[in-house]
Design a protein around this ligand. Structure first.
Ligand code: HAM
Length: 426
């Protein structure tokens, strides 16, 4: 026997199921999100999963865990260093610059659905291939754009029925106020260097802000005593942050301020936020989304001085939440058509095809078989009704429409009336 080949660790297959499998939940999430994104006027963009490694090194930041430890990087046959995208923002910014979008419109609002890749230590809700819904708005530097994208994120969660997610908000300053704050922070942590974990000791030299976000308990405790960036913002950043909060309050978007949010990517300025779900099904992977403002990013990647703000939702984590919520995602076929015997199979097959062309979801057992086995299959598919086709039904062009659940009585219907009746029954 040949040896089995397994899938890559940390990368899962999503399969459909008549009982509501991963794919059905997925489609529900995607469809609800798309509907909300349309209402807010965001257009879909599809960029490649591979980009030049330099894009992420310069965009996301060399000192970040994502770029430093987690990228899938390889050299292609032409000797170029390429990486599977660990996130979508850098690629969308590249596309924005490359297509000179700022010359065509002053305000651009994009979204993208797709797989991202990070070589992370796996646990519940943390995978090496995971999906994001990424949203970006280019061209508006004022607080209304921050508030709009945050409101949009919350509306997507609401539309999916995910009510247990809370919004945590922070401002991480800009190039005016952050350097001075960073100095204070380094001075504070230097006094605790020996107690910091090995990673944080490196962060202290390379990316001290990230210590605030460390999950190691001793580091967390030390970080709680550190000066907070919120107390060290310059006036323009403070005003911007106040305005974001005012607008969120205006649209009834509840939030809490968490001064310890720093985000794991280097491009952020001012607004930074996370969407947190404290559901045990996620274990410690409680962030179902995150984002913020990145005003210098477009320029630092060789584009014009265009501001931006956006977020990404982790679709896999949202799926876990939905599956745990007890909601039902199995869509129901309208009808199962069964053939009494082999002689009637063609008639059943033809009827199913006609009804499908009419827009109905019709199931039929293409293996044929006994009526009993076909009815067993009907049950499995979850179809609302079944109709058995035999010689008499063919002659009369009518049959008994049998409800599969709820115990209703079968009723006699003409084949011609089936589309209307079945649509009404949805
Ligand atoms: P991020 O916080 O790195 O931000 O990722 C956003 C979300 O993706 C996380 O909150 C989480 O739900 C999900 N996620 C991240 N890593 C994994 C993983 N290994 N397995 C499963 N889910 C994961 C960004 O990526 C930014 N590009 C967001 C952004 C857009 N900022 C501005 N615009």
């Amino acid at each position: 026997m040949s040896q089995k080949v397994s899938g890559v660790k940390g990368m899962s297959d999503l399969l459909p199921s008549s009982a509501g499998g991963d794919v059905e939940v997925w489609q529900f999430l995607e469809q609800r999100s798309r509907e909300v994104l349309r209402r807010y006027g965001y257009g879909e963009v599809r960029t490649p999963v591979l980009e030049e490694t330099a894009l992420f090194v310069r965009g996301v930041g060399e000192g970040t865990d994502i770029v430093g430890k987690e990228m899938y990087t390889f050299t292609d046959k032409g000797g170029r260093s390429l990486s599977l995208r660990p996130e979508a923002t850098a690629g969308l910014v590249r596309a924005y610059i490359e297509h000179s979008v700022q010359n065509q419109e002053p305000l651009t609002r994009w979204f993208c659905f797709g797989p991202m890749f990070r070589y992370e230590r796996m646990k519940t809700g943390r995978y090496r291939q995971f999906w994001q819904l990424d949203v970006e708005a280019f061209g508006a530097k004022g607080a209304p754009q921050d508030a709009e994208v945050i409101d949009l994120a919350l509306e997507i969660l609401r539309a999916a029925g995910l009510t247990g997610v809370r919004l945590e908000l922070n401002s991480i300053g800009d190039s005016e106020c952050r350097p001075a704050y960073q100095k204070k922070l380094v001075a504070y942590f230097e006094g605790h260097r020996a107690q910091l974990c090995a990673d944080c000791q490196v962060r202290l030299d390379r990316n001290p802000l990230r210590i605030l976000d460390c999950k190691v308990e001793t580091c967390r405790q030390i970080a709680r005593g550190a000066p907070a960036l919120l107390d060290n913002l310059c006036d323009p950043c403070r005003q911007h942050f106040a305005e974001v909060q005012r607008l969120l309050t205006l649209v009834d978007a509840p939030f809490t301020i968490n001064p310890w949010i720093v985000r794991g990517l280097d491009y952020y300025v001012r607004t930074a936020f996370e969407l947190i779900a404290d559901d045990p099904v996620l274990g410690t992977a409680s962030a179902v989304g995150g984002g913020g403002r990145y005003d210098g990013l477009v320029q630092s990647l060789g584009g014009p001085d265009v501001p931006g703000v956006g977020f990404a939702l982790g679709v896999d984590r949202l799926r876990l939440l939905l599956q745990a919520s007890g909601q039902k995602f199995a869509p129901e076929p309208d009808l199962f058509v069964a053939a009494v015997d082999e002689k009637s199979f063609d008639a059943a097959f033809g009827l199913a095809a006609r009804l499908r062309r009419d827009g109905l979801w019709v199931e039929l057992d293409t293996r044929g078989g006994s009526l009993k086995s076909q009815m067993k299959r009907a049950d499995k598919t979850g179809a609302r009704y079944a109709l058995v086709v035999g010689e008499r039904e063919v002659a009369e062009q009518a049959g008994e429409l049998k409800p599969m659940r709820g115990g209703g009585e079968p009723r006699r219907v003409s084949f011609a009336a089936l589309p209307v009746i079945l649509r009404e029954a949805r």
